[in-house]
Design a protein around this ligand. Sequence first.
Ligand SMILES: [Zn+2]
Length: 253
Amino acid sequence: MSEVRLIPLGVGDAFAASHYTTCLALGVDDAWLLIECPHPIRKMLREATGAAGLPFDLDRVEAVAVSHLHADHCSGLEDFGYYTYFALGRRARLAMHPEASAKLWDGLLAAGMAEVQMEPNGPTIQKQLDDYFELIPLNASTPVSVGPFAIECRRTIHPVPTTAFRIRAGGRTLAFSADTAFDPTLIDWLAPADLIVHEVTVLGHAAVHTPYEKLVALPAALRNKMRLIHYPDDFDLAASVIEPLRQGQCYAV
Ligand SMILES: [Zn+2]
């Protein structure tokens, strides 16, 4: 039986000053999948995997799955793409639903990656997304295999196209809510997983996120296999009935 492990690299929301923003490393044997890719991804990876006693770098990352294009989830993609291209000599593998990735190049990455001038007055080389990334399209009807990981996705309630994930590896399933308003139908979709990572917020930030009170009201059997992520600085970690994930700890899935 393979050992399936989860190391949070970042656990905060978009405005967090106390933590990095939301990012997870899911591992089976020696293969790792990153879920979300905020900046500074390589530093986050070094700090969290070192603290967890399983240090590794981006060369061990099979692919990155990104839920949506808000910066707190994807601002590390330029660095991930450049590092993989220049330092590792290959393309970075990126798994996203086509609706979530529709503006990935023109709306986000092209500004920093489309034109390359290697020396002053030298020619400007035009680059495309495909030069740096192998974009793996996810879909809502069938799991998509990325190395040893089988990824399912489902749309959430959020201001930009966003998908939650169910990821199966080594005989275990991790579910990740991504960013979402409270959605009982999404909870039902996440529920069969062995471990559920759900976003949380406090009342007052609840329009596009999920209030803690809604999650606490769920059945105990569901709460017991749920862990919280994407929490704001003023979230009371010690008082939380549902266990909040901690950066740099290693969890069994
Ligand atoms: Zn978001």
